[in-house]
Design a binder for this molecule. Sequence first.
Ligand code: F1P
Length: 362
Amino acid sequence: MRDSRGVLSLAEILSQPKFWGRCLEALEGEGSLEEIRKPFRLATEWLFVGCGSSYYLALAAAASWNAITRMRARAIPASELLLFPELVLAGVGETAAVVISRSGQTSEAVRAAQLLERERNIRVLAVTGTPNQPLERSATATLPLLPCEEQSMVMTRSFSSMLLGLQYLAACQAEDRAFAESLSRLPATADRVMSDLHRRIREFVMAGQFADYVCLGQGALYGLACETALKVTEMSVSYAQSFHTLEFRHGPKSIVGPETLVIFLLSEQGYDAECDVLREIKGLRGTTLAIANRADESARNASDLLIELNSDLPPLAHLAAYIFAGQLVGLYTGLKKGLDPDNPRHLSRVVVLEEKETAKQS
Ligand code: F1P
């Protein structure tokens, strides 16, 4: 009997470069998304909302929105808005919200959209991989993304394609044709990065013995570091944590040993300071996997495995390609442990809460 464990996730991970190409083509076909953006034209600040992977996507999307549109943007989990609306909405100006959900059915995400629209007069843009679901019906507008058609329980290409869709929208908002153009060149770059990546990660995971996993990133990469930790946790039922890279020194580094795999998502802007941490963790005999656009000799020497994107695109335009390695570490670690990464234990594809549960929250 052929071992079908993880087959769905591997196919969806490897499909990302081509799927991105199709998603961006479909968005470019919509022009600069003027109709979609019209209801939000007065907004001076943006709130990005989601749950699980979609919250970590919101973190990366808010950072991208800040950088591309120069408008104030922040990310919060939907539950925080439902349980502490005053905390989240205190002192806000003319605000627009983006609610993200692969399924479009997650109760907290749908309830958050309804609270913003109906009780707080804040217009919501829905971003989802599944059309015609409650989230879309609760929002003022929906980003016209290709359906993600993801069969695996865990989010991989839905995560990265929704992030790209929001980066494209930010470029339209900022009338930044050059950034939109650089996004359209990303699929080719990603295809090259992905070409032998899954073989290298599989060999690295199979050769290693890890008890703990730590994922580090700064700026827009922090959201991807959180998602990397979640992928390792979900797909391999392993203990994984995420931190801002330089924060790791302030206590958490006490866990480091040879069986600690520390995954560094090295930015270009913070490269020197982040590489100081990489060298320090290598000095503590941690096992290090570093992902960078281009690395120097010293980073190469401090990495047990180094993945370079070698991209000529602006840093934010190749942001999404930093997620591949973490997705593959989660997948191959799960397979190595005899698990099925397509169906992590205890998880459901969508977290649907009974009405009373969400009512009590409002
Ligand atoms: C969010 C989510 C996923 C997680 C699991 C449960 O779903 O938390 O991130 O992997 O599948 O649901 P969604 O709101 O994005 O559909």
